[in-house]
Design a protein around this ligand. Structure first.
Ligand code: HEC
Length: 112
């Protein structure tokens, strides 16, 4: 009886402990597509095409001026780059924003 009980506890508790770490590990590329950044940006290194005629630089070949910290403010429309605010304000969580910025910076191959 005790043995059955203990395995049941393990069965339910282990996934409960693992779940938060899974939820925090947002996939930057998935966020990029989910938030429709590809309406305006191509990412040639990841074969991501634009889905509209709106303008935006290719995030692989065009230099990205901001570092992760500045981009975080910029993508929330709180900071300016090139004396302009970004076209859209990010609507997801902070974790998703960090993940998408890290992914975009990783894709960028332009010389600074
Ligand atoms: C409505 C069109 C549009 C959408 C949607 C859009 N962008 Fe942009 N983005 C732009 C334009 C235009 C620029 C270039 C502005 C300039 O040249 O100053 C830009 C610039 C950038 C830059 C370069 C900043 C730098 O430091 O030079 C990054 C990085 C970026 N966007 C990421 C994203 C991400 C991530 C998303 C999705 C969350 C997104 N963009 C969605 C239009 C868009």
């Amino acid at each position: 009886m005790f043995r059955i009980h203990r395995s049941l506890v393990t069965l339910f508790l282990v996934p409960a402990f693992l779940a938060p770490s899974v939820a925090f590990a947002a996939d930057g590329k998935a966020v990029f597509l989910d938030k429709k950044c590809n309406k305006c940006h191509t990412v040639s290194s990841a074969s991501i095409e634009k889905t509209s005629k709106l303008k935006g630089p290719d995030l692989t070949t065009e230099p990205i001026k901001g570092d992760a910290k500045l981009l975080k403010g910029y993508l929330k429309k709180q900071e300016v780059i090139n004396a302009k605010k970004h076209g859209t304000a990010f609507t997801g969580s902070d974790e998703e924003l960090d993940a998408v910025i890290a992914w975009v910076l990783q894709q960028n191959k332009a010389k600074k």
